[in-house]
Design a binder for this molecule. Structure first.
Ligand SMILES: Cc1cc2nc3c(=O)[nH]c(=O)nc-3n(C[C@H](O)[C@H](O)[C@H](O)COP(=O)(O)OP(=O)(O)OC[C@H]3O[C@@H](n4cnc5c(N)ncnc54)[C@H](O)[C@@H]3O)c2cc1C
Length: 365
């Protein structure tokens, strides 16, 4: 069974800055519903490679889902990066690119909430989508703190200026230029963010920037439910591959590990002896199954039952498949994205979770 991907036509390419381009896509006829998206979500694209066949990369949508415009991602060149440079150097109108439907949880629960959006460099991409959408379809206040190396690297500068002028009572944009002010310090960020208690906060940018802002928000006791972050990492694997092959390969690895006598080799040593009952809430629907094999990851199991559970990287790196535990317990075979607070809040990755208890209840909301 192939994971469902789609060939998108490139219908626009705009040079935003010397090292960033926005690429717009038309969705194939009949797939429009699959490509409905929420502001802050991302596409996973298959960049052709003569070395590996495909380099799979995620790119956040900078467009708004509600203004009738085409699906648009904004890609900034990573120094010595493969895919970002390939996209910026090669893609032109009339080309095609394979993509998975939009995914991700970096999206406001309500567009009417007051929003505090922190962006560093290309981290502005999902922030732009959220800002555009909330201004047009929400009612809250929006504060954007946007850090860049220097003036020439500010993506969407003109549009942010225009939007702030059009919505003076709702949108405030604070630009921070490293060339002028140096890197923002924790104390400066704390003084800034302290004014926006109760705002739903979103952070996306380089790792040190995200870490600092997250620390500040925690120190200001912003509750976990109002703190969201999106990590821009490159996927190691290839979610465009054949699902059956992927599952077979994973099963072989698990078997090889359990045959190994080395310490901790059997990752399933603490699994329940028999099939597990699992109750799942997804998009207002409820599913119950009583035959979850404890050696099968939740996402794989749900897909085998025909449940359209969200995912992107399938490798524990992106959080598109995040679930919340309501009852019972699971163990993640790999996690490179959730932090301790997430885990304490019961959040787990569906693509990496195997059961630890005889009954498990989870929700995707
Ligand atoms: C949820 C999410 C959203 C994101 N949104 C954005 C966004 O909006 N804008 C943005 O700019 N970035 C975004 N990113 C980051 C983006 O996915 C990439 O990580 C980034 O563009 C860097 O990728 P790169 O291939 O250019 O660089 P790297 O990943 O650093 O490239 C080097 C890697 O490519 C491999 N490589 C080298 N040559 C080849 C070859 N010929 N074939 C195959 N592999 C090769 C190397 O082995 C090495 O692993 C996002 C990431 C995530 C997870």
């Amino acid at each position: 069974m192939d994971i469902e991907s789609f060939v998108l036509d490139v219908v626009g390419v705009v040079e935003e800055t010397a090292d960033a381009k926005s690429i717009s896509f038309a969705v194939p006829e009949g797939a429009e519903e699959k490509f409905d998206y929420k502001p802050g979500q991302f596409l996973t694209v298959a960049v052709p490679s003569d070395q590996t066949g495909i380099a799979a990369r995620c790119y956040s949508l900078s467009s708004s889902p509600h203004d009738g415009g085409p699906l648009t991602v904004t890609v900034k060149r990573t120094a010595d990066g493969y895919a970002s440079n390939w996209i910026c150097d090669n893609l032109k109108v009339g080309d095609t690119l394979r993509a998975l439907p939009p995914s991700g949880i970096f999206t406001p629960a309500s567009l009417d909430a007051d929003l505090l959006l922190f962006a560093g460099g290309s981290g502005v991409t999902p922030v732009m989508s959220i800002t555009r959408t909330a201004l047009a379809h929400g009612s809250g206040r929006i504060v954007v703190f946007y850090a860049n190396r220097d003036e020439s690297s500010v993506i969407f500068a003109a549009e942010l200026t225009r939007l702030a002028a059009e919505h003076p009572d709702r949108l405030q944009v604070i630009h921070w230029l490293e060339s002028v002010q140096g890197l923002p310090t924790e104390a400066q960020m704390k003084a800034f963010a302290a004014a926006y208690g109760g705002y739903d906060s979103f952070v996306c940018g380089p790792a040190p920037f995200m870490k600092m802002v997250t620390t500040v928000l925690k120190e200001l006791e912003v509750p976990r439910s109002l703190r969201h972050q999106e990590k821009f990492v490159s996927l190691g694997g290839n979610p465009f591959g054949d699902l059956a092959e992927l599952q077979e390969a994973e099963a072989e690895i698990a078997l090889a590990e359990s045959d190994d006598d080395g310490p901790g080799a059997d990752v399933f040593a603490d699994a329940p002896a028999g099939p597990v009952k699992v109750e799942v809430e997804l998009d207002g629907e409820e599913f119950t199954f009583d035959d979850w094999d404890p050696r099968t990851k939740l996402l794989d199991f749900l897909e085998s039952k025909g449940v359209k559970a969200p995912y992107s990287c399938r490798e524990g790196e992106c959080s598109a498949c995040a679930i919340r535990l309501l009852e019972g317990d699971v163990k993640m075979l790999y996690n490179d994205v959730l932090d301790k607070d997430d885990l304490d809040d019961g959040i787990r990755l569906g693509c990496q979770s195997v059961p630890l208890t005889d009954t498990v209840k989870i929700t995707y909301s």
